[in-house]
Ligand binder design. Sequence first.
Ligand SMILES: [Fe+2]
Length: 431
Amino acid sequence: MEQQAYSPTAELHEGKAAKLLARYETVRAQTEAICAPLHVEDFVVQPIVDVSPPKWHLAHTTWFWEAFILEKYFSEYHLFNEHFPFLFNSYYESLGERWQRTERGNLTRPTVEEVYAYRAYVNKHMERLLRTNNISDELVQLVELGLNHEQQHQELLVTDIKYILGHNPLYPAYSKQPEQVQCGVSHPMLFLEMPEGLYDIGHQGKDFCFDNELGAHKVYLHAYRIADRLVTNGEYLEFMTSGGYTDPDHWHMDGWEWLKQQPIKAPLYWHKENGRWYNYTLAGYRPVDNNEPVTHISFYEAAAYARWAGKRLLTEFEWEAACRIYGYMDSSSLLDGGMFHPQCKRESSKQLLGDAWEWTNSAYLPYPYYTQAKGALGEYNGKFMINQMILRGGSCATPESHMRLTYRNFFQPDKRWQFTGIRLGESIKND
Ligand SMILES: [Fe+2]
């Protein structure tokens, strides 16, 4: 047997590859664990365009590994099914024609079973690829992107499953566990001061981040205050009962027009029965808990609430600067906790990480120095930097290892099916 020369670089590389493989297996298994409580009928429906069928998520995340990695880096890789790239490409113009997003719920075939076989086939090849010793840095970066992409879809799976089950008149629970937790305690909202000055914004260092977090730069902020917790259901109820939804004074014009087009009078999943408010949660249908953070509201509603309360939403820069000063790692509810619902503020927590994504008053725009990559990789984020608002902080459906201080989520201002909430801020005026 030929003796191999000792190579610290090779050993380092092997260690990196083994860690990457372990993470790959963990993340892929987590996606399937999210779908484990579902029945086969739940996998196919698409009640609104924004909500993709769980089967589609399972297949699309698998296609991503095929299209971005296996076809390029696995010599003699054969597609599992030559039609799947057409069915499961989401929005990548540079990767060819695709099935329309609006028609994902009409894909009765391939079956759920075939999609799981597709996942197993791709896993087998990815694991084989990651066991080889010549993993380039470029490939490592693409695997990181694939893992983070799959984790983004884990969050979408949770919110899409909630929409599917929460719009079934039987309101089936996704998971009976954990049982309903009553908060019982309400914390007064305190405001933390932030002095005016120059603050660092954006990702620095070598860890993975999406390209929209790059372009670290400084931003000058005037003095402001940031609330030490999210707005609760009880507080939002006061807005509702004091005419929040009927007084145009609180609303942006776009928001008011949006409101006139649909009978929205409460957060998504709220229902009034015999004078009492109930909401659908992934643990089932239950009375609204006044001390929990309000969630499933649009940007329009968040902004209207802030105006009604005599405060304002923070910019994404104010949010990030405050996290750098006050710390954000004291999370209460992320996907890993298995609560599938925002939790009440704990004594020490400021709820900056987890529970509900916080709508900011910042439009989704490129940072200075942002450059959009050519081809499919450039399509991941850059082309969405129009007509969307930034959300910060993660939610009870976000995997913990997916979150970073600099993470920028974005949605159109009318979207309500994600776990979205409100944090208030205010300017400190010079006397
Ligand atoms: Fe995707």
